[in-house]
Design a binder for this molecule. Structure first.
Ligand code: AMP
Length: 420
């Protein structure tokens, strides 16, 4: 039997209502904050990601789905959206249209990671990017927006962590200090961290190895290396958050995996999903647009993992029951013909009423069972003596009231059904 590829998942009909509930909240909140949706292709030229995300990152060095197509172009399935959004921003010269672009997306992403709970190879993210301003208010807005969506979905067990990585020169001097600090502890580091020491030293902070964690607890702190200007930016972000009542923790170990961050970084973690606890991460990336060939343009953004959010919600018991129901189920009885029922169904559906009928030649009793299973608000009996006299019978399933309605007076039925 052919099965879904490891790390990919089907989303079955019974799971869809929670996905839709989340998507609806995302769309409503994004619109409320005036973000406009953007959609980009599933695959891009590989160099977009290797240049944009950084060769030394985990994503680029070991997780991308990269292949050469028939025209010998190296193609990569998008592992994240920021690089694609920036590519679209540059390609369509959006900077000429207006100064600030507030964009959002909901899309599938692809990374060849080791699958585990909350870590898939095809997963879904929603996220936002504000391109065109260095205003710290936008950094705070990103956190507010992400937090607001998670709260509205019903999540409670959340923690906001923030940090600042400053500008590259500050980060470089921090990295060399970190290198000095770690060089005499090198032998005690885990194998992974030894590699990161050379390739991406900041990522040692992400290690889950206890010895590494202990060593990194004593490491120099990034905020001590930031200029007054960078610190002032960070201070403002914190003040904006405090001003709107969002609690946060400054976590100087929060370096995030990607090269393109400058100044603010943040994560929202959940205490309800085990080790893969980051529901959402983001930050400012003032240099990426220029790095990808666009005009120097400051920007900030975030991405949130939808599978993890759904898992957290399930674990917290905040999932909601699927309340969708039918407006009407048509029960056919002799001597009515299937074509009579089919025609009535067509007219009701033309009036946007959610209508179902029997396709399996079931008994009246079985049709009623089906109507109940589908939580039909009304049942319309088509058949029996009434039908011979030119009537159909409409039953309100909640009150149990029944009413005979002339078969050719569908307007009357539609009126009753429209009374929600
Ligand atoms: P990142 O782009 O790595 O900062 O990820 C942003 C968010 O996407 C994370 O906080 C996760 O919620 C989610 N995410 C990242 N990688 C995966 C994955 N492999 N499977 C499921 N969710 C993921």
């Amino acid at each position: 039997m052919i099965k879904a590829i490891t790390g990919t998942k089907d989303i079955l009909p019974e799971q869809i209502s929670e996905w839709k509930r989340l998507e609806k909240i995302v769309e409503e909140k994004m619109s409320c904050f005036n973000y406009k949706e953007i959609r980009t292709p599933t695959f891009e030229e590989t160099s977009l990601f290797s240049r944009g995300i950084g060769e030394a990152t985990d994503i680029v060095s070991k997780e991308m789905y990269t292949f050469t197509d028939r025209s010998k172009t190296s193609i990569t399935l998008k592992p994240e959206m920021t690089a694609s959004v920036v590519r679209a921003f540059i390609e369509h010269k959006l900077s000429k249209k207006q100064n600030l672009h507030k964009l959002y997306y909901i899309s599938s992403m692809y990374r060849q990671e080791r699958p585990q709970a909350g870590r898939l190879r095809e997963f879904h993210q929603f996220g936002a990017e504000a391109i065109g301003s260095d205003n710290p208010m936008l950094d705070a807005e990103m956190i507010e927006l992400a937090y607001d969506i998670l709260k509205s979905f019903g999540l409670k067990n959340l923690e906001v962590k923030i940090n600042s990585l400053g500008v590259p020169s500050e980060r470089e001097s921090y990295k060399s200090e970190l290198k000095k600090y770690l060089s005499d502890k090198f032998d005690s580091l885990s194998e992974d961290s030894k590699k990161r020491f050379e390739t991406n030293i900041l990522r040692i902070f992400d290690s889950k190895d206890e010895r590494d964690i202990e060593i990194m607890d004593g490491a120099p702190k990034i905020l001590d290396f930031l200029s007054d200007e960078s610190l002032e930016h960070f201070e403002k972000v914190k003040n904006y958050l405090t001003g709107i009542g969002i609690e946060f923790k400054v976590d100087q170990k929060l370096v995030r995996g990607l090269d393109y961050y400058t100044n603010t970084t943040f994560e929202i973690v959940s205490g309800s999903v085990g080790s893969q606890s980051a529901l959402c991460g983001g930050g400012r990336y003032n240099l990426l647009i220029e790095q990808l060939g666009g005009p120097p343009t400051p920007a900030t953004g975030f991405a949130a993992g939808m599978e993890r959010i759904l898992l957290a919600c399930q674990n917290e018991g905040c999932s909601q029951e699927d309340k969708s129901s039918l407006d009407v189920y048509l029960v056919r009885m002799e001597p009515a013909k299937t074509s009579d029922v089919f025609k009535i169904a067509a007219e009701l559906r033309n009036n946007n009423l959610k209508t179902e009928l029997d396709y399996l030649s079931r008994s009246v009793k079985a049709q009623m069972r089906e109507a109940n299973r589908l939580k039909a608000r009304f049942v319309l009996f088509v058949g029996g003596e009434e039908f011979e006299k030119g009537y159909v019978v409409l039953k309100n399933m909640e009150s149990g009231e029944q009413e005979d309605v002339k078969q050719d007076n569908l307007d009357a039925i539609i009126n009753r059904l429209n009374l929600k």
